[in-house]
Design a protein around this ligand. Structure first.
Ligand code: BGC
Length: 409
């Protein structure tokens, strides 16, 4: 047995997002999308975190985490254009206040893919007005809740919903339009910068930033074409937006999940983002995995080193996890956690400034288009009774959070 010690004050955490756990978000565009039959399940009451948050926070305390990553549902707090819901803000104050009482730091995301239906119908990020509208929302959240927020994350992985929503048509608003896509990237980065400034006006010392979906991509073989595609893919996923907001991030949030091994197959000349097929380019699949994802712990080390060189900023691993079909005895998840954390430890020992790690997720929840089938949680969710049952991985992760060290063979 070897014990790997983490730096003093390392921020052990877990993450969830509002739409995926709260339930009842009927003013959000994703709700409408589900009603059109575009996703495998309707979110419905989800985990009912909105009402049962105290139960979940009790479990956070039992887990011994220092940080909880959560988000604010825009459509709940601004249910009409410019009309804010004071009750919803009061409820979020209770939720965040309960975390503070437990000495759990809050890492709060302000836009996690979903927008109010009115925003999508009247504006949308492809329209210029969206900059002011979004910044107004952020300012209001900062005024109402900012004192209870330790780390602000303005946007979660914006390239995912922008690509899926404006190019692939798989997420709301369902466009397949490269011009709208480019305008949306421009506008969202301006909205981001404006929001960054307004949060800092009020809270100069709080950390403000963004998360990137930062998987590790490799191409099969080293053909010039594949290497070029790989480089373009990297530029698309990280640099296209990252370059526009340079200087406006106090930290970088990394969401690392898996290996994407790019292959070229001329016979499969389809555009099917759900099956990761882009005009002949596909991504290798692990057919044994519920979402066909390839787990690749070494990728964590590669990503951390690359992101550290690229951004030269403190890093938070804002999400890391993997989907399974397991029940309470979740050996795969335990192996996943340990093997990835060993790589985080290695990165730190090689000089990468990693400040914290959030496991995705505290509990099973709505996995967007894939609905409720993939299980990501340390806690199993019985969607019929809403009973929460900690899995074996919950207790293993608790040991790590409490001891600040990882035991490996
Ligand atoms: C997203 C989460 C999602 C998770 C697993 C992340 O990219 O931020 O919302 O559930 O991946 O797919």
């Amino acid at each position: 047995m070897k014990k790997l010690k983490f730096p003093k004050g390392f921020q052990w955490g877990v993450a969830t997002s509002s739409y995926q756990v709260e339930g009842g978000n009927s003013n959000s565009d994703w709700w409408q999308w589900e009603k059109l039959g575009k996703a495998d399940n309707e979110s419905g009451r989800a985990c009912d975190y909105w009402n049962l948050y105290k139960k979940d926070h009790e479990l956070l305390s039992e887990l011994g985490v220092k940080m909880f990553r959560t988000s604010i549902e825009w459509a709940r707090v601004e249910n009409e254009d410019g009309v804010f819901d004071e009750e919803a803000f009061a409820h979020y104050r209770e939720i965040l206040g309960d975390l503070k009482k437990r000495s759990i730091k809050t890492q709060v995301t302000l836009w996690w893919w979903t927008s109010p239906i009115w925003f999508q119908e009247k504006y949308g990020f492809h329209k210029k007005e969206s900059i002011e509208i979004f910044a107004r929302y952020v300012k209001k959240v900062t005024d109402e809740l900012g004192d209870l927020i330790d780390i602000f994350t303005i946007l979660n992985e914006p390239m995912v919903p922008l690509g899926q929503g404006f190019l692939a048509g798989a997420f709301p608003p369902g466009y397949k339009n490269p011009f709208k896509f480019l305008s949306a990237i421009n506008n969202i980065s301006k909205a981001y910068k404006k929001s960054y400034e307004s949060i800092h006006e009020k809270y100069p010392n709080k950390q403000v930033g963004i998360t990137y979906l930062y998987n590790w991509y490799e191409s099969e073989g080293f053909g010039i074409l594949l290497n070029t595609i790989n480089r373009i893919a990297q530029w698309y996923r990280i640099d296209l937006l990252g370059n526009k907001i340079k200087g406006y991030q106090d930290y970088v949030g990394i969401n690392y999940y898996r290996l994407g091994k790019i292959k070229f197959n001329l016979k499969d000349f389809r555009m099917d983002s759900r099956n990761q097929t882009y005009l002949g380019f596909t991504i290798e699949e692990d057919l044994g995995n519920v979402m066909k994802w390839i787990s690749y712990p070494q990728g964590m080390l590669k990503v951390l080193k690359e992101a550290s060189d690229k951004f030269k900023l403190p890093i938070y691993i804002t999400e890391n996890g993997g989907p399974t079909r397991e029940g309470l005895d979740d050996g795969d998840r335990i192996r996943f956690i340990k093997s990835h954390l060993a790589m985080v430890h290695k990165a730190i020992s090689e000089g990468v400034d990693v400040r914290g790690y959030n496991f995705w997720s505290l509990m099973d929840n709505l996995e967007w288009l894939y609905g409720y089938e993939p299980k990501f949680g340390l806690i199993e969710m019985d969607y019929k009774t809403l009973e929460r049952k900690p899995r074996k991985s919950f207790y293993e992760y608790a040991k790590i959070c409490k001891s600040n060290e990882l035991e490996i063979k």
